[in-house]
Each structure stands twice: as C-alpha cells, then as structure tokens.
Design a protein around this ligand. Structure first.
Ligand code: NAD
Ligand code: TYD
Length: 333
C-alpha cells in the first residue's frame, strides 16, 4: 500500500509515519509537508534512510503541488496537515482558513480527479465546541469557538459534502488532545515541561479549571491504523480515551514529576472564547476493536522523560535555530 501523509513533518504526522514504517514494512509512505514553523525534518531523521520513506515539500492548498504528488500514484491519503494552535488562530486566522479549509478542498478535488481509493481527514473534538456535561458523539452539531476550530469544521464539512455529493471514499476522525514526543513546545504539555526544565514560570490561563481529554501518540496511531483497515466511505469516528483532566491537574502533575512546587505557576489572562470542556463518546471506534492501552500517568511520564532526554530538539526550536537548519537543508526540494 502507498500512503501520502500530509503534514508528516509535524507532531502527530511524524509519529504516525514512524509507527507505520516500523509496523508495516510493506507500506510505502510519502511525507508531503510545506514545512511551516511547525514542520520539523528532524522529527523524521531515523526514517530518512528507509527505502519505504520519501519526503516531498509541498502545500496542500496548491493544486499543482498536490497533483504532482498524487500523480505519482497513491492508494490512501491521510491529511494531518493543518495550522493547529488556537492562540495563533486568535491572533492571525488567515493561514488557518487557507490551509485547513482551502487545503482540504484542494486535496478532495485531487482525490476526485485521480480516483484515490481512501482519504482520511484527521480532525479535532474542538469542532463540536464546549460541553458542560455528557459527551459529544459523531452526530453532535458543529459549534466551533475559535478560528482554528471553525476552519477545521469547514474542512470537515467539505469532507462530508464530498462523500454525499461525489461519493468520495472519505473518513473523518475527531480526536481529543494529543500528547507525547515531538510536540511543538507552544502547546500546554510541552510548553510547561520545557519551561520548567529551563527554570521558567508556566502560564496557566484563567483559573486552570478547563477540562481536556488526552490521548498518547501511540494510541492515536493505533486508532488510525484500525480506521485504515476497517473504515468505510462516509464513516465518522470520534477518537478519545475518557482520560479527562483539568488544566491545573495536568500542571500539578508535571510540577510534582519534576520535583517543583506551585510557585512556578503564573496565572495569566484567560484565552478569549476559551472552551470549558471537551469530552467524546467513542463507542463507534471501540466497536471496531480499538481501545487505548496507556494510562494518562504512564503516558505523561514517558512524555516528560522524552523532553528531558531530547533537550537539543526543543532547545533548537525555542532558540529559532532549527528554522535556519531546515531553510538550508530543504531550500531547493
Ligand atoms: P502540527 O502543528 O505539529 O503539524 C502540522 C504540520 O502540517 C506541520 O508539519 C506543517 O509544516 C504542516 N503544514 C501546515 N500547513 C501546511 C500546508 N499548507 N501544506 C502542507 N503541510 C502543511 O500539528 P499536530 O498537532 O500534529 O496536528 C496534526 C493534525 O491533527 C491537525 O490536522 C490537527 O488539526 C489535528 N489534531 C490535533 C490535535 C492536537 O492535540 N495537537 C488534536 C486533534 C486533532
Ligand atoms: P493547547 O495545548 O493549546 O490545546 P487546545 O487549546 O487545542 O486544547 O491548550 C490546552 C489547554 O491548556 C487549553 O485549555 C488552554 C490551556 N493553556 C494554558 O492554560 N496555558 C498555556 O500556555 C497554553 C498553551 C494552554
């Protein structure tokens, strides 16, 4: 099987590529990535010598880039590529609309033109908005709060429409928050771990009482692997673990693991439009035979250890040094 993973140089895309190359030696995997600030070729250093792996620099919102890659032949596209950080979307939404909406449209048009057999859209629980009690299921309406969530919802609506109108083989997934190795240190967990490792304070928004549901990278990879095998055109799957935590609980866990106290917390102004709680009903995915394998505590310990052992990776990012590295390495590709 030949798969194009878009956004494969980012956090989850690179974790999935490494998982796929390790567990499926008969798959060929193409990483199609624009290398924005979030795309880091170093995430895939270990894959570079693998004959089943290829990197193509390209933009999902540019039809010529997409058609050139798909024209080489492909069975499945998994679309991880997106602008992903809520705070950036509040400051500057344009790139989100371009990549998350126009980019998804461009990919869907190419799937139609080249008759690609399977397209999987990696999306988020944030499209459903906030829920005080109970759980969102796959029929819950979209009520996005941030420009990020709204642009992901736009892309997801297009996926559903292209299935209904053109019968395209599209599957949409809505996942809870990911955490694990290689997450860009602007998101809550890697930002807090790396700040504390540098003896810097950690900014908790508002009172820190918002609730997020968390999934470790490997469990998400296993969910996508299952959906690749068993998903059918038009399917929609929530991906979650039931591991719900208030942000302040996450914060205190990291502090305790690093032997630090709450004086390192700085309570700062709340995020505008901040969703109070995300929570998913995942019965549909579980009925395929998937369930998460890692406890939140175990996943967090592995994550904290990874950041302790890979200081060079995140220090380059925080200092801006890696931007220079990839500009040189990938200028003409
Ligand atoms: P990330 O920000 O770490 O990486 C995004 C990748 O996409 C980068 O490599 C970037 O270079 C690439 N990219 C951006 N614009 C592109 C374009 N126009 N063309 C080609 N490549 C482009 O993202 P992530 O956190 O790994 O998230 C991956 C996917 O999962 C996204 O679609 C996101 O919406 C979704 N998701 C993320 C989470 C989470 O907690 N991070 C939760 C649920 C769903
Ligand atoms: P984040 O990692 O940005 O993911 P998302 O907004 O997609 O859920 O944020 C997770 C939660 O942590 C969210 O409720 C906002 C909060 N948060 C902070 O309190 N401080 C921070 O510095 C960041 C980045 C997030």
């Amino acid at each position: 099987m030949k798969i194009i993973v878009t956004g494969g140089a980012g956090f989850m895309g690179s974790n999935f590529i490494k998982y796929a190359l390790k567990n499926h030696p008969d798959w060929q995997v193409v990483n199609f990535d624009k290398l924005t600030y979030a795309g880091n070729p170093e995430n895939l250093k270990e894959a570079e010598s693998n004959p089943n792996y290829k990197f193509i620099k390209g933009d999902i919102a540019k039809a010529t880039d997409v058609e050139q890659a798909i024209g080489e032949g492909v069975d499945t596209i998994i679309n991880y590529a997106a602008e992903t950080h809520v705070d950036r979307s509040i400051l500057d939404p344009e790139a989100f609309i371009r990549t998350d909406v126009l980019g998804t449209y461009t990919l869907l048009e190419a799937v139609k033109k080249f008759k690609v057999a399977q397209y999987i859209q990696i999306s988020t629980d944030e499209v459903y908005g906030s829920i005080e009690e109970g759980y969102f299921d796959e029929e819950s309406p979209f009520e996005p709060s941030s420009p990020y969530a709204a642009s992901k919802a736009g892309g997801d609506h297009l996926c559903r429409a292209y299935f209904k109108t053109y019968n395209l083989p599209v599957v949409v997934t809505h996942s809870c928050n990911f955490y694990g190795p290689n997450q860009y240190p602007e998101k809550l967990i890697p930002l807090f771990i790396t700040n504390l490792l540098e003896n810097k304070k950690i900014p908790v928004y508002g009172r820190g009482d918002q609730v997020r549901e968390w999934i470790y990278t490997k469990d998400h990879c296993r969910a996508i692997e299952m959906i690749l095998a068993k998903g059918k055109p038009g399917d929609v799957f929530n991906i979650g673990t039931g591991q719900e935590k208030q942000n302040i609980e996450v914060t205190k866990f990291i502090l305790a693991e690093l032997g630090l106290d709450e004086s390192m917390i700085e309570y700062v102004a709340d995020r505008p439009g901040h969703d109070a709680r995300y929570a998913l009903n995942c019965d549909r995915l579980k009925s395929l035979g998937w369930s998460p394998t890692l406890s939140w505590e175990e996943g967090m310990r592995r994550t904290i250890n990874w950041y302790k052992e890979n200081r060079e990776w995140w220090q380059k990012i925080k200092s801006g040094e890696y931007l220079e590295y990839y500009k040189k390495q990938y200028k003409n590709k």
